[in-house]
Design a protein around this ligand. Sequence first.
Ligand SMILES: C[S@@+](CC[C@H](N)C(=O)[O-])C[C@H]1O[C@@H](n2cnc3c(N)ncnc32)[C@H](O)[C@@H]1O
Length: 343
Amino acid sequence: MKLQPEVLAAIRDHAVTDGCRLTLTGPRFDDRLYQRVNDVLEAVGGRWDKHAGVHIFPADAAAAIAPVLATGHVVTLREKRQQAQFFPTPPPVVERLLDLADLAPGMTVLEPSAGSGAIATAIAARDAVVDCVEQDPGYAAHLADLAVARTLTVADFLTVPPRPEYDRVVMNPPFTRGADMAHVEHALRFLKPDGRLVSVMSWAVAEPSRATARFRALVGARGGTVEATPRRAFAASGTDMDTVLVTIPATPPADAAPIEWPVREQPAVDELAYRDPAEILDEIRADLHAALAEFDALAELLAKPAAVTRRPTSRRSPRRAKSNCCSTASTKPRDRTPAPTHT
Ligand SMILES: C[S@@+](CC[C@H](N)C(=O)[O-])C[C@H]1O[C@@H](n2cnc3c(N)ncnc32)[C@H](O)[C@@H]1O
């Protein structure tokens, strides 16, 4: 969302930061302006603390507002969801993750990409102790409001130095360009020798490829197991992406069976996705030709001033309105014949 100039100016000129605290100085804003400033501060993790009279951030307030001041834009939580970059784990999948983790009360657990706390909340509900890492200050603030985490670190998890001190890691990391594999490999370094990691991962890791070979070998060597989530398991979170649940022990069990990777029983995407690319290209060309033809017709119309001269409004005289209607190229039925294609 692009900030209105007065909102940007209010933050730039009146926000004073001190560690996690941000104070709005100067004369009181009118209610509407304050509301819009508050929305921006909340989107980057700020929460109004009535008693202290400041906004409190989960990490450094200056760092949280710096991108807003630099770009004049803020991505609201709603926009993030709309851009489909955030898929909270639905409750049935969370329960399955915790069962696979064999979570017991009192265990220490790391949730290294905790989002707004779908997994962390369930871990705490099973009386385990959960430490969270989340890169996005907006989600982190939401998580802080829930007060379920023992600690909450607002950081890029891949830069957090490993400490092998957790009984369990339970996670649903980002998937983009194999990020899930990088996150899981890093998270394994946080397990005690008898620990166990369970992660939601992209279906891509179940497919043998150059990109997944090293990771698949690691899971096999550790005595890991993999199961497919039910189809459309993440539909409630706004994605049809197929996923697997991967369980990896810190130390390979002596009796580990060879790993069996799940296979798709039916194609995960409809057959349109497998159409001949040449056919799709032809269709795109035909559409472009049709669009160009419409532009040409419009340009021709605009080049004839007489044809577009406006006459008095049509409301009072339907008959005149009809006769005045400038209906040349724009109302002609369009030629829908696909244009010839060239290769
Ligand atoms: C698929 S969401 C899952 C959120 C949460 N784990 C859940 O299951 O509901 C992935 C989360 O990872 C966060 N994330 C992405 N990159 C990260 C990174 N490098 N370090 C920490 N968190 C990250 C995103 O902001 C998002 O909240």
